[in-house]
Design a protein around this ligand. Structure first.
Ligand code: ADP
Ligand code: ZN
Length: 741
C-alpha cells in the first residue's frame, strides 16, 4: 500500500536546489542512510518522514542529514514526498545512532524499533459517527418506534458517536441506528478514533508522604525542574513507597508541560500500578506493550509523537517511542533481567534509558529494592545519586526470614514441602491469612524419564528436556515451544507406561497442597495460567477479596504486587537459580528471592518467609536471612573486581549459529584464529554453547573480555570486518551479555 502523502512544505528554494541530495535512513537492516534527490520545490528537514522509491517499491524512511555522495548523480532517485506526521525529534535520531554504535546493530534496524507502527504515519483512520441531521422529523414522515425514540433521545443531549456505542446506550440493535440514518434523521460524520488513555492532572493531591518520602520527592522534583541530565537511584525496601515518590517527580514534569516515560519490566505488574496511577492523576496513562492491538499501537504511537499522550507506561520497547517533549524517565525495578532484549537489536533498556536521558538532557530515576551491582557501582563512583527510603510505609515490618536446611528437615519421598514449611502453611490457613509458594518452574515436572532404560525425553530442536504440563496433558520445550502429547511407550526401549516425572513444577506443588490441605483454595500462577493484563488483574482482585488462600507461582507473582493479607511466603527451591556458570547467578537469586519475600506482610500483619535450601551456608541465604544487603553486594563487587568482570570490566559475546554444525564450527574457529590481540582484550573460546542446539540451530560461542578503558566496540568492529561469515551461518553480537547459554 503506497503511503498517502502531503504536498511538500512550501519554502524558499536554496540556490543549489536542483542538485540537492539528502541521506534517508530506512527501517531496514542497512548500515546507513541512502542518498536521494530532493525536488527543487521541497523543503525537507532532518527528521521528516518521507516516501522514497526502493527498487520497484516505495517505502518510508526518515531524512537523516546530508547525502554521503556515494551514489552517482545520474542514478539518484528523487524523494517521492513528505508524510504528514510530526518529524522524528532530533534527540530520538541521535539516540538511534548511539544505540546502533554501541550494540553494533545497523542503524536501520534500530530505526525500525522507532518506526514499529508504520501505519501511524498515515492520517488517522477516521471512525464513522452518527449525529442528528438538520431534517425535520415530521417532514421525513418517520415512524417513531420506542427504539428509535430512545436513539434520538440519546443524541438530543450528547455528541455524535459510533453506531455500536449509540446502539448500546439506547439499548437497541445497530440496525435501528442505520435505519434512522437511511431515513435521513441521522447524518454521518468522520471522527478521530478515541484514544486509549486520558490526560493526567498533576495538580491533584497525592497521599501525604512520610518525612523520608517527602525528602526524596522534593529532591526528585528539583531535578525535574532543573531539566538537566541526572541519574538517581531510588533505593527503598519493598513497600517503602517508591512508586508514590516517583509519581511526585512525574507530577513535576507534567506541570512543566513535559512528557513522562515509566518503564516496567513485566506488564503483569500493570493492573495495580494503573489503579494507583489513576488514584494519583485521575487518568489512565498510555500503555505500550506486546498485548496492544494494532489499532491501539497506531493511536498511541501517533499520540506520543503529537504530544497528546503525556505519560507512557511500558515495556522496554517504549524507549524508542518518538517523544517530542520528554521530561523524565523512570525505570522501575531497574535490576530486573527482563530489561535485557535478547533478540533482534540486543540492548539493555535500563542502560539505554540512561543514554536517552543524557541525550535529551533530562533526569532519569532508577527504582529498586535490590539495585543491580552496575547501578550500585555507579553510585559508589559518584556518577549516580542515591535517595534512600529505609522503611516500609505505615510501620509495616519487613518479614522474618527463616532458612530451612533441606538436608536435615527433608520432605517425605516424592514430596517437596519440608515439615517446617508444611506447619507454617497450616498455621497461616488456620488464621485465615494468605500464603504464597514460590517456585520458578512452570508445568508439572521439568524432566520425564523412562524407569526401564533411563531415557530422558528431550526436545528434538533444542538441548533441553521436555517439561510435562499435566493440566494441558502436553510435553513442552520452554525454549522453542515444541509441544507433543505424552507417549505411552518409551521411544528408546519400547517399555510401556514406564515414564516417571522427576522434580516439581508449580502444578505438582498444587497437587501436593491439594492432598494435604483439601480446604485451602489455591491457584497456580504462571505464564500458562495468566495470559495478559486482564487475567492478572482478575487474579489480583480475587486475592484482595480473599477468594484465594494460597498462590503457587513462578516469578510472575514475585514482583510488585501488594496483597495486604499475605503473611507467609515459602520459597520451595531457593537454590534453583544458583546453578550454571552465570556470573550474576548469586546477585539475581538474591534479587528475585528478596522480591518474592517482599510480598509477605506488607500491611499491619507481620510476614514470615521460609527458604528451602540444600546450601544453607551459601552467601545468598545468609544475606537473605540477615537482611544485610550492603555486605552481600560488597562481597559481590569484590569478586567481580578481582576477576575483571562487569561492571569492573567489559564483556561481549559472539554467538555463531546455523543449521549445519560443521559450518558453524568452522566459522567459529575462523573467528577464533583472527581474535583480537590488543592489550587489555582477552577472547575465551570458541566453544560449543551450553545450549548447543536451539530451535534447530547449532550454536558456538566466543566471549570477549576487556578492560573498562578499551574501546570494545572498535575492537569488535575491526575483528568482524576481517572475517567473512560463510553463507548459512549467523554471527550475533551481544554487548554486555546477561545470558551465557
Ligand atoms: P514500593 O514500590 O517501594 O514497593 P509502593 O510504592 O508500592 O512501595 O508502596 C507500598 C504500599 O504503601 C502501596 O500500597 C502504597 O499505596 C502505600 N503507600 C506508600 N506510601 C504511602 C503514603 N505516603 N500514604 C499512603 N499510602 C502509601
Ligand atoms: Zn526446543
Amino acid at each position: 500500500m503506497p503511503p498517502t502523502r502531503a504536498t511538500s512544505r512550501p519554502g524558499p528554494s536554496p540556490p543549489e536546489a536542483a542538485n540537492r541530495r539528502l541521506g534517508v535512513l530506512l527501517p531496514l537492516p542497512l548500515k546507513g542512510p541512502y542518498d536521494y534527490r530532493v525536488p527543487a520545490d521541497a523543503n525537507l528537514k532532518p527528521g521528516d518522514f518521507v516516501a522514497v522509491p526502493l527498487g520497484p517499491r516505495e517505502t518510508t524512511g526518515v531524512v537523516w542529514g546530508q547525502g554521503s555522495g556515494d551514489v552517482a548523480e545520474a542514478k539518484l532517485k528523487p524523494v517521492a514526498g513528505r508524510l504528514e506526521a510530526p518529524p522524528l525529534p532530533e534527540p530520538v535520531r541521535r539516540f538511534i545512532d548511539w544505540v546502533a554504535g554501541y550494540t553494533l546493530a545497523s542503524r536501520g534496524a534500530v530505526l525500525r524499533m522507532a518506526m514499529s507502527v508504520p501505519e501511524a504515519l498515515l492520517p488517522p483512520k477516521p471512525v464513522v459517527a452518527y449525529g442528528r441531521s438538520q431534517a425535520d422529523l415530521e417532514g421525513l414522515g418517520l415512524r417513531l418506534t420506542p427504539a428509535r425514540k430512545r436513539v434520538l433521545a440519546v443524541l438530543a443531549d450528547g455528541p455524535p458517536r459510533p453506531a455500536a456505542e449509540l446502539a448500546r446506550e439506547a439499548g437497541c440493535g445497530i440496525g435501528v441506528v442505520r435505519g434512522l440514518a437511511d431515513a435521513g434523521a441521522l447524518e454521518t460524520i468522520s471522527m478521530r478514533p478515541a484514544a486509549p488513555f486520558t490526560t493526567p492532572d498533576p495538580a491533584r493531591a497525592g497521599p501525604s508522604l512520610s518525612p523520608s518520602q517527602q525528602a526524596a520527592a522534593a529532591t526528585l522534583r528539583d531535578k525535574v525542574a532543573a531539566q538537566d541530565f541526572s541519574v538517581t537511584l531510588l533505593d527503598g525496601v519493598t513497600g517503602s513507597g517508591k512508586t508514590e515518590v516517583y509519581f511526585e517527580a512525574a507530577a513535576e514534569a507534567l506541570a512543566r508541560g513535559r512528557q513522562v516515560l515509566v518503564l516496567l519490566p513485566e506488564i503483569a505488574l500493570g493492573a495495580q500500578w494503573l489503579d494507583r496511577f489513576k488514584a494519583r492523576f485521575g487518568a489512565t496513562p498510555a500503555a505500550w506493550h506486546s498485548d496492544l492491538t494494532r489499532g491501539q499501537r497506531r493511536l498511541t504511537w501517533r499520540a506520543v509523537a503529537e504530544g497528546q499522550a503525556r505519560v507512557v507506561v511500558g515495556a522496554r520497547s517504549a524507549l524508542f517511542l518518538p517523544f517530542a517533549e520528554l521530561g523524565l524517565i523512570v525505570v522501575d525495578e531497574e535490576h530486573d533481567p527482563a530489561y535485557k532484549q535478547e533478540d533482534g537489536v540486543i540492548y539493555h533498556a535500563r542502560d539505554m534509558a540512561v543514554v536517552r536521558a543524557q541525550i535529551t538532557g533530562i533526569p532519569v530515576v532508577l527504582a529498586s529494592a535490590t539495585p543491580s551491582l552496575e547501578t550500585e557501582t555507579n553510585v559508589a563512583t559518584g556518577r549516580y545519586d542515591r535517595l534512600h527510603l529505609p522503611e516500609r510505609h505505615g510501620g509495616a515490618r519487613l518479614p522474618e526470614v527463616h532458612v530451612i536446611d533441606m538436608r536435615r528437615d527433608a520432605p517425605p519421598r516424592q514430596r517437596w514441602l519440608s515439615p517446617l514449611l508444611h506447619a507454617a502453611l497450616a498455621e497461616t490457613f488456620a488464621e485465615g491469612e494468605q500464603a504464597m509458594l514460590f517456585l520458578n518452574r512452570r508445568g508439572y515436572a521439568p524432566l520425564t524419564l523412562c524407569r526401564a532404560c533411563g531415557h530422558r525425553l528431550a526436545c528434538p530442536n533444542c538441548t533441553a528436556w521436555l517439561v510435562e504440563h499435566r493440566l494441558a496433558a502436553r510435553l513442552q520445550c520452554h525454549h522453542c515451544g515444541y509441544d507433543t502429547a505424552p507417549a505411552e511407550t518409551c521411544p528408546n526401549c519400547g517399555a510401556e507406561h514406564s515414564f516417571a516425572a522427576c522434580g516439581p513444577g508449580v502444578e505438582r506443588l498444587a497437587e501436593e497442597v491439594a492432598a494435604d490441605f483439601p480446604e485451602a483454595r489455591s491457584e497456580v500462577v504462571s505464564s500458562d495460567t495468566i495470559r495478559g493484563p486482564a487475567a492478572a488483574e482478575a487474579l489480583v482482585r480475587r486475592m484482595r477479596a480473599r477468594d484465594v488462600d494460597l498462590l503457587i507461582g513462578t516469578q510472575l507473582m514475585a514482583k510488585g504486587h501488594h496483597f495486604p493479607h499475605l503473611t507467609l511466603v515459602g520459597v520451595v527451591d531457593a537454590d534453583l537459580g544458583l546453578a550454571g556458570g552465570d556470573l550474576r547467578a548469586a546477585e539475581r537469586t538474591y534479587q528475585l528471592l528478596t522480591q518474592a519475600a517482599g510480598r509477605a506482610g506488607r500491611a499491619d500483619r507481620p510476614g514470615r518467609v521460609y527458604l528451602q535450601t540444600y546450601v544453607p551456608e551459601h552467601k545468598v541465604m545468609a544475606a537473605l536471612a540477615s537482611g544485610d544487603r550492603a555486605r552481600f553486594m560488597a562481597a559481590e563487587a569484590e569478586d567481580r573486581h578481582r576477576t575483571g568482570m562487569p561492571p569492573f570490566g567489559r564483556l561481549a559475546a559472539l554467538i555463531v549459529s546455523g543449521r549445519d554444525g560443521a559450518r558453524v564450527e568452522a566459522a567459529a574457529r575462523a573467528l577464533g584464529r583472527r581474535a583480537p590481540t590488543e592489550q587489555g582484550v582477552t577472547v575465551l573460546g570458541p566453544a560449543p554453547a551450553p545450549l548447543t542446539l536451539l530451535r534447530g540451530q547449532q550454536r558456538w560461542r566466543l566471549l570477549v573480555k576487556a578492560t573498562r578503558e578499551s574501546n570494545l566496540q572498535a575492537v569488535l568492529r575491526r575483528w568482524l570486518n576481517a572475517v567473512q561469515t560463510p553463507a548459512g551461518v549467523r554471527v550475533k553480537v551481544d554487548v554486555d551479555p546477561y545470558s551465557f547459554v
